[in-house]
Design a protein around this ligand. Structure first.
Ligand SMILES: Cc1cc2nc3c(=O)[nH]c(=O)nc-3n(C[C@H](O)[C@H](O)[C@H](O)COP(=O)(O)OP(=O)(O)OC[C@H]3O[C@@H](n4cnc5c(N)ncnc54)[C@H](O)[C@@H]3O)c2cc1C
Length: 490
């Protein structure tokens, strides 16, 4: 008889885990609290617009391809993937912006035009970043992080010296470049990891390789196409997916979970994968005596930022912006400090504007624009309606100033999403948008452990455990959790 696994949560980590386990011969059931699957990558439709609610940057296409290949597919079986060119726009002021070219030679030329000699430096910088990407994504992220001994393997040990674990990103970048805009451009990908570049190991220049060399891609139809592809693979493999099923409780006998309970049902199981937010499972679903970490521990963790999000529908096309736009026309250090160091509502936030309708006709009615604004905010800082309105106006004023056109009066649809929604929709600790920050002290074995220390048949997955936040790491987290269970069955 097949062993039965209950996966709690249908984000990328839960879906990935379910696919791997089902292929390995397990009976798998996914229980999802919300009315649709995908977790932070859900979508919604309104007034003819289709919005991806979370991730919008498709980086590291090799990780997606590897996943689909494992199940006998190619990415192109599910969606058309286009490389964006320019990759994105960086706005430095109302008068200055850079379009970041996808072509590497043009990228070198851009650097050289800003700082003489910087293209030569960039070659060396990228060569080191490529090495880190190959070892980091090829090897490190596939380690389950159970102990430091996993890293005591000659190739990994040798690699550690070249991974710049003990240098921070800001110092590392400044060794090569002096122009403050170049430094900020190279620091930007690290913001995905949930900490300041000055507090993130230079290992993560691998993200610069992902950005500059591997490129920014877009799945036609939107990021939710990835969720639909995984759902199809899962269902074809026999996975059962139930939505509107919030897991409330587990029943334990002899340090083994026997049952998983929602308000409506009681599910028997041989294994459980906790692919919802780790903190929520640990503090709200686990019985007290099985809680892995104290509230003090959780309070001391560096969470990735929360966000103020605005999903907008415009009844016209916008000029002067690209699919991805970074508004860095404000004090970078001040806003970073107010996110990560001394939580506060910043006067002038950095923000990000995505307009997928520039690339994809299917996400907005003809002649209209689908616009999404994201302002990163400190985890734990709770907004209210007036703060949401204030920041909505601040960002729109800056967008209008940069583009030189009216936008506010053309908004025909608006929906906001903020920390309180991250908490109510995903049970996100401190309203975090994307998990636990990837600092040195929260890397590998120093992250909340995948294996439950007491419960022999409970494994965690997702962006709060290894390898960390982001879509590709969440795919890998699900795979690692599946491997742990497959290993236990041997
Ligand atoms: C606004 C935003 C922008 C982002 N941008 C990018 C980007 O551009 N590129 C990128 O790579 N990454 C991005 N990320 C990060 C990326 O989306 C996440 O790291 C990833 O989707 C997390 O997947 P997960 O499976 O760990 O968690 P989730 O997607 O949160 O899935 C967990 C699931 O568990 C469910 N759940 C919670 N409690 C229960 C319960 N008790 N019972 C049942 N189900 C439960 C939740 O409803 C949820 O569906 C972004 C995230 C956000 C929020």
């Amino acid at each position: 008889m097949k062993k039965k696994v209950i996966v709690v949560g249908s984000g990328f980590s839960g879906l990935s885990c379910a696919c791997f386990l089902s292929k390995a011969g397990f009976e798998v059931v996914i229980l999802e609290k919300n009315s649709s699957i995908g977790g932070r990558a859900r979508k919604f439709q309104a007034d003819g617009f289709t919005y991806d609610m979370g991730p919008s940057w498709y980086w590291m296409p090799d990780v997606f391809e590897r996943f689909f290949n494992f199940f006998g597919h190619k990415t192109s079986d599910f969606y058309q993937l286009d490389r964006l060119n320019p990759s994105y726009k960086v706005v430095w002021s109302a008068a200055e912006a850079w379009d970041i070219p996808a072509n590497l030679n043009e990228f070198y030329a851009l650097f050289e035009s800003i700082e003489v000699g910087s293209s030569v430096e960039l070659k060396q910088f990228l060569a080191e970043a490529e090495y880190k990407y190959e070892v980091g994504i090829g090897k490190f992220v596939h380690l389950p992080g159970k102990s430091l001994f996993e890293y005591v393997d000659s190739t990994v040990l040798k690699a550690l010296f070249k991974m710049h674990l003990l240098t921070d990103m800001t110092s590392y970048i400044r060794k090569y470049f002096t122009d403050s805009r170049i430094v900020r451009l190279l620091e930007f990908p690290v913001l995905f990891l949930g900490e300041r570049p000055s507090h993130t190991p230079a290992l993560y220049s691998l993200m610069n390789y992902a950005d500059i060399a591997l490129g920014t891609w877009y799945p036609q139809g939107g990021m939710y196409k990835i969720v639909e592809a995984m759902e199809k693979i899962a269902i074809d493999l026999g996975v059962k997916i139930y939505v509107n099923q919030e897991v409330k409780k587990i029943e334990i006998c002899n340090n083994l979970v026997n049952y998983v309970l929602t308000e409506k049902e009681k599910y028997s199981c041989d294994y459980v994968v906790g692919a919802a937010d780790y903190h929520h499972i640990d503090t709200k679903i686990m019985p007290k005596e099985y809680q892995q970490y104290s509230e003090k521990y959780w309070d001391s963790r560096k969470m990735a930022p929360s966000s103020l999000l605005y999903y907008l529908g415009l009844n016209k096309k916008v000029k002067g912006l690209l699919h991805h736009n970074l508004f860095f026309d404000a004090d970078f250090k001040l806003h970073s400090d107010e996110i990560y160091k001394t939580p506060a509502w910043t006067e002038n936030p950095l923000f990000y504007v995505s307009i997928p309708s520039i690339t994809d006709n299917s996400v907005a009615p003809e002649g209209m624009e689908n616009m999404f604004i994201l302002i990163p905010t400190a985890p734990g800082l709770m907004e209210n309606d007036s703060i949401q309105e204030l920041y909505f106006n601040k960002t729109l004023e800056r967008i209008e100033k940069f583009t030189g056109e009216k936008i506010k009066q053309n908004i025909i649809f608006r929906k906001d999403f903020a920390a309180r929604n991250f908490i109510s929709d995903y049970h996100a600790h401190k309203g975090n948008a994307y998990g636990l920050a990837n600092t040195l002290l929260q890397t590998g074995p120093l992250k909340p452990s995948m294996r439950h220390k007491k419960l022999k048949n409970f494994i965690f997955a997702g962006q709060l455990t290894v390898p960390g936040p982001g879509v590709p790491p969440s795919f890998i987290s699900g795979e690692l959790a599946a491997k742990e269970i497959i290993e236990m069955e041997k």
